[in-house]
Ligand binder design. Structure first.
Ligand code: ING
Length: 314
């Protein structure tokens, strides 16, 4: 009996700064229902899916805290949890988390089809810069607004298989997929908010879509896992954000891809047993890897990368 999970990528278009949680949850509910009607069992929403991508601005503490959730579900998000449980559909949702003891994380939550919370994941790789940098057309202050996630990447028994989570910049680091692969993950949910313009090296802008695909497809193939990469895209508060959400098979092939930069649902039948075609052959970790020689991967670089030509991000 095959283990097919019908996975939806629920891509979001821009969320404006003045959009309320209730406004956004209405959009999430529309996407959830559309996905359920198309047979989805798991709906993957983007990173920071409840608000605009606020790290683009230098914010005072009282402005900043308004973008965080103190509880999940809270009063405004509970309708999403209730609708999902009523529909028998699970989901993955990215949001800014403020914990009761005052820690701030870029977080994602995985909820099963019965409405139970499977797990939370807190973003490990935080991109950008720690202090405002006025030279930039917009800021990327995740390193000021979030603490790095303290916990390792993990696999969760859910949806009939081993499901993992990563968030945005995590998808650019090969360690992310390998660590998930070592835990036996068969499907990883990855939300992202990616500005197309990269101020430290604008030459990369034209490659934003290519790099997005490259890292997720290689991660999928090299670790024999399904990857659902889901964007908040479009022109958001003056910044063009990459869309191109896609569901990728363990072969590295794209099986479904969004074709707009707005709210859009794509669905794919993900046969989790396809993972063994790679993990049981070419990428049989036990048989072919040489971990005794991989120690340096977890150490500091021996060769310091030279800073690029005099840009302004050090
Ligand atoms: N965003 C971006 C990402 O890793 C970024 C940061 C932007 C990297 C542009 C490279 C180029 O996709 C988040 N939120 O991590």
């Amino acid at each position: 009996m095959t283990r097919v999970v019908n996975v939806a990528a629920a891509q979001l278009g821009p969320i404006s700064r003045d959009e309320t949680r209730t406004d956004v949850v209405a959009r999430l509910l529309a996407l959830l229902h559309a996905a359920a009607q198309r047979g989805a069992e798991l709906v993957v929403f983007p990173e920071l899916a409840l608000t605009t991508f606020f790290p683009r601005w230098e914010l005072a503490d009282d402005e900043l805290v308004a973008f965080f959730e103190r509880e999940m579900p809270g009063p405004e998000t509970k309708p999403l949890f209730d609708a999902a449980a009523m529909l028998g559909v699970g989901f993955h949702l990215g949001y800014a988390e403020l914990t009761p003891d005052g820690h701030r994380y870029n977080t994602a939550i995985l909820v099963e089809r019965d409405g139970s919370v499977v797990a939370k994941y807190r973003k490990i790789h935080l991109p950008g810069h720690e202090e405002p940098e006025p030279w930039r057309p917009f800021q990327h202050l995740e390193r000021a607004y979030f603490e790095p996630g303290p916990d390792a990447f993990a696999a969760h028994d859910a949806f009939g298989g081993r499901v993992g989570m990563a968030i945005c910049n995590d998808r650019r680091w090969s360690e992310t997929y390998r660590l998930l692969g070592l835990e036996g993950v068969e499907l990883v949910c990855i939300g992202y908010n990616t500005p197309i313009h990269y101020p430290p090296d604008p030459d990369q802008d034209r490659l934003a879509g290519f790099h997005n695909h490259l890292v997720m497809a290689s991660g999928a193939y090299q670790n024999g896992m399904w990857v659902a990469g889901v964007a908040k895209g479009g022109l958001e508060e003056g910044v063009e954000m990459l869309a191109e959400s896609q569901i990728i098979a363990p072969s590295g092939e794209v099986v479904a891809r969004c074709t707009t930069a707005g709210d859009e649902v794509i669905v794919a039948a993900c046969d989790l047993d396809l993972c063994t075609h790679y993990r049981g052959t070419l990428f049989n970790f036990d048989r072919y890897r040489r971990p005794e020689l991989y120690g340096p991967i977890s150490e500091r670089p021996r060769v310091q990368a030279k800073p690029p030509a005099p840009r302004r991000e050090h």
